[in-house]
Ligand binder design. Structure first.
Ligand code: HEC
Length: 279
């Protein structure tokens, strides 16, 4: 049994080390994401409601003109474990969007204001239109982006110190990318239609800098620095990728507790049954 555990442990460590991510060649000058600490980290970590609401504001006012969030419905914004906007707020947010519905009795499609049950309206009707508006580059749907990207690459050290303890760094990557503009490219190089960003894998990204100091006005009085907005929207997108994270964590804890109590009971039962048997 011991042997089996040992070989399993070795196999999983080797597996982690040999993942394509770990082996991926870093472009010269490419930086790992900044290791921010977020409130949702760790087994007890939960989202900060106010931060989720601020992050939604940044998404709505800055990102939603290019990026969709097609896996999310407006009603999700009011559910427990998320930004927890009130019913009235969710209704108002949904109604700000025009949804294409139909066909009506004449066979025509028509537009109507959004309802809480609608999915988030994407900014473009299809990928071709999205590319055509962005010089041929596709702004990806952001529903799962914090899971699809990782913040650290390459060295064994970053793999051990970050991946094992701090997850894959998707939220950190998004926050670092958004606040990572404004660096001078090596040799002062410039590329047409692309911006230099050391956090982007190929260093040259087709998305221009999006955030500016005080670019949004937070209702809770938080100062809207570029880094603050970047972190807030990254946290919002982390929730969007897993709206039931808090439920998953609390269920996990309950299961562990149940197993602990159950094991103790089994142990006592075993002792009771074998009490009078010599062994
Ligand atoms: C004017 C359009 C536009 C706006 C507004 C915009 N983006 Fe982008 N974004 C793009 C384009 C185009 C790409 C694809 C870049 C590329 O592949 O080089 C992109 C790519 C991304 C990526 C993926 C990077 C990767 O690793 O592939 C993320 C994450 C992202 N944007 C987040 C955001 C967030 C968050 C906001 C709001 C703060 C935002 N974007 C606002 C156009 C935009």
């Amino acid at each position: 049994m011991k042997k089996l555990f040992k070989s399993l442990a070795v196999a999983s460590i080797l597996g982690a080390l040999m993942s394509p991510q770990a082996l991926a060649e870093k472009a010269k000058g490419h930086k790992d994401a900044t290791n921010y600490s977020f409130s949702f980290e760790g087994i007890f970590g939960t989202f900060d409601r106010a931060q989720l609401q601020r992050g939604f504001l940044v998404y709505k006012e800055v990102c939603s003109s290019c990026h969709g969030l097609e896996k999310l419905s407006y009603r999700n914004l009011g559910e427990p474990g998320g930004p927890e906007f009130s019913k009235a707020e969710v209704k108002a947010i949904a109604a700000e969007n025009e949804v294409i519905d139909g066909p009506n009795s004449e066979g025509e499609m028509f537009e109507r204001p959004g309802k809480p049950a609608d999915r988030f309206v994407s900014p473009f009707p299809n990928k071709q239109a999205a590319k055509a508006s962005n010089n041929g580059a596709l702004p990806p749907d952001l529903s799962l982006i914090t899971k699809a990207r990782s913040g650290w690459h390459g060295t064994l050290r970053s793999l051990f110190t970050y991946s094992l303890f701090n997850g894959s760094g998707g939220p950190e990557y998004v926050a670092s990318l958004l606040s990572g503009y404004g660096h001078e490219a090596p040799n002062g190089e410039e590329k047409d239609g692309l911006s230099y960003n050391p956090f982007f894998s190929s260093l040259w990204i087709a998305m221009p800098e999006q955030l500016s100091e005080d670019g949004v006005e937070y209702a809770d009085g938080t100062k809207a620095t570029i880094e603050q907005q970047a972190k807030d929207v990254a946290v919002f997108l982390t929730w969007a990728a897993e709206p039931k994270m808090e439920e998953r964590k609390s269920l996990g804890l309950i299961v562990l507790l149940y197993m602990a109590v159950f094991s103790a009971m089994l142990y006592l039962v075993k002792k009771a049954i074998w009490r009078n048997v010599k062994h």
